[in-house]
Design a binder for this molecule. Structure first.
Ligand code: NAP
Length: 453
């Protein structure tokens, strides 16, 4: 058995860890103590003589050495900011995030000889680091427990209950296997019956029967040694899917058509990128709160990183176009939106402060990058938005449509001597970012591509 405690300093990882180790009769392994052993000096001295980077290097070595260890492992507060550490910690283990109010943390760590990591006052440093590490903490944990002003034994009791009974009582788990939104009810019922600790994730959409995400995610979970299962949730009302996800303690959701906008009002927090785009495609559930994010824009931005500052034409003014425009503006591109209904292009352009034009106004030599964010060319449609003679050689053409893998537009673009990026690349890169938000692990794009096959 491998139990990993993560969280900020002063949240009780060491004292709770010792209590848990005692109860389960397991060894207790504190990564900070192991680092001191390895370095032959206390942590303040490591920082003073060699700096934080050297400390992080030692931390990485120690955590890698614990990948297959059993026992209760307590990690340093910043360890989970490195996804490589999270990969080792999560490997065949259960990860528990301990949290506490910043004022309680400040009281607990007052008088410690550990050096500060910023030039801020202790109270401000706690606030700032908690803000910076929030995503990493929420992603790295299977379960989140507020240690507040509770006793060590009380917290250990709650973790023991979680490790024995799982996050949800058996009868409630059984009900999940009967919920009409669960497309794979029989399989879900078997999964929740077999092991109470298996954490559930899924895709919320209507329809989502043909989604590739279940295959991809279940392969990734197996690859990273995670006791997780990904399922499909299809219903006409996203509010009901979210209620179900809360009651079942579903850990993470991919959100797809038609819920990316509507889901936002059912969440506890929506991050700044998702709010600016006006859509959420990822939900992380931790400590009773649901956090909304958008990774679609990163799916457009990451494959276009080499075209920073270019002149870009985006076709379409719907949800995918909104994420695409946000991505291109982050790459300092000069963006023009072209749409069948010009008024929608105008409204989107006004929202983001860029140019707009009707579809017919496109001039190939005016664009270094072309993004198709319309469904034109999606199977069974065999039309292309643009013909080869409308495109200039050297232009980068990114077709967000991914069925078929080689769309009519991509074929025209190749004929014109353009660089082409297929829609599967958007799917791959948004999935990499979504998997990181939900698990804290950075899956390489090449692994995601391989696992989609
Ligand atoms: P949406 O919100 O419905 O917007 C569709 C846009 O396409 C609208 O601006 C619409 O113009 C335009 N359009 C529709 N039919 C057209 C036609 N025949 N000719 C010209 N323009 C047309 O859809 P969305 O969510 O943005 O998705 C758009 C496409 O992006 C999808 O079909 C999908 O293939 C792709 N996508 C890919 C990924 C990925 O991971 N690769 C992710 C998301 C979406 P009007 O305003 O005039 O109606």
């Amino acid at each position: 058995m491998k139990i990993v405690l993560v969280g900020y300093r002063g949240t009780g990882k060491t004292s709770v860890g010792r209590a848990l180790a005692h109860r389960f009769n397991l060894p207790f392994r504190d990564t900070d103590a192991l680092i001191e052993q390895r370095a032959g000096m206390p942590i303040p001295e490591i920082f003073a003589r060699f700096g934080e980077e050297h400390f992080r290097e030692l931390e990485r070595e120690v955590i890698a050495s614990l990948r297959d260890a059993d026992g209760v492992i307590s990690t340093g507060g910043g360890a989970v900011c490195d996804p490589a550490n999270v990969e080792h910690l999560r490997w065949r283990g259960a990860t528990v995030l301990l949290t506490a109010d910043p004022r309680i943390i400040e009281g607990r760590i007052a008088g410690s000889d550990r050096p500060g990591l910023t030039h801020l006052s202790p109270g401000d440093e706690i606030q700032e680091l908690l803000r910076r590490r929030k995503r990493a903490y929420l992603g790295a944990a299977d379960v989140c427990i507020d240690t507040g002003s509770r006793s060590v034994e009380d917290i250990a009791d709650e973790i023991c209950r979680y490790l024995t009974d799982g996050p949800v009582p058996l009868e409630q788990r059984r009900e999940a296997g009967r919920h009409p939104a669960a497309l794979d009810r029989a399989q879900l019922a078997r999964v929740v019956e077999r092991d109470p600790l298996t954490r559930i994730c899924g895709i919320a959409g209507n329809p989502c029967a043909h989604s590739r995400s279940p295959t991809l995610y279940n392969r990734l979970f197996a690859h990273f040694g995670m006791n997780y299962h990904y399922t499909r949730l299809q219903w006409h009302d996203v509010g009901e899917i979210i209620r179900f996800a809360r009651s079942m303690q579903i850990r993470g959701l991919s959100v797809t058509i038609p819920f990316k906008v509507d889901v936002m009002r059912h969440l506890d927090e929506v991050d700044a990128h998702a709010a600016a785009i006006g859509a959420v495609n990822t939900v992380v559930h931790c400590g009773g709160r649901m956090y909304g994010h958008n990774t679609d824009w990163l799916g457009v931005m990451n494959p276009l990183g080499h075209r920073r500052g270019a002149r870009a034409a985006v076709f379409g003014a719907g949800g995918a176009a909104s994420a695409a425009v946000y991505a291109l503006l982050h790459l300092d591109m000069d963006v023009t939106i072209l749409n069948r209904t010009p008024d929608k292009a105008r409204r989107l352009a006004e929202r983001f402060g860029c140019e707009w034009a009707p579809l017919g106004a496109f001039v190939g030599s005016d664009a270094d990058v072309v993004v198709n964010a319309t469904p034109v060319g999606m199977e069974p449609d065999t039309r292309s938005l643009l013909a080869a003679d409308q495109l200039a050689a050297g232009t980068t053409v990114f077709d967000l449509v991914y069925t078929p893998p080689e769309t009519p537009l991509i074929m025209e673009a190749k004929r014109a001597g353009c660089e082409t990026i297929p829609g599967t690349e958007m799917f791959v890169h948004q999935a990499v970012e979504q998997f990181r938000l939900i698990t804290g692990i950075a899956a390489p794009p090449s692994l995601v591509r391989e696992m989609m096959m």
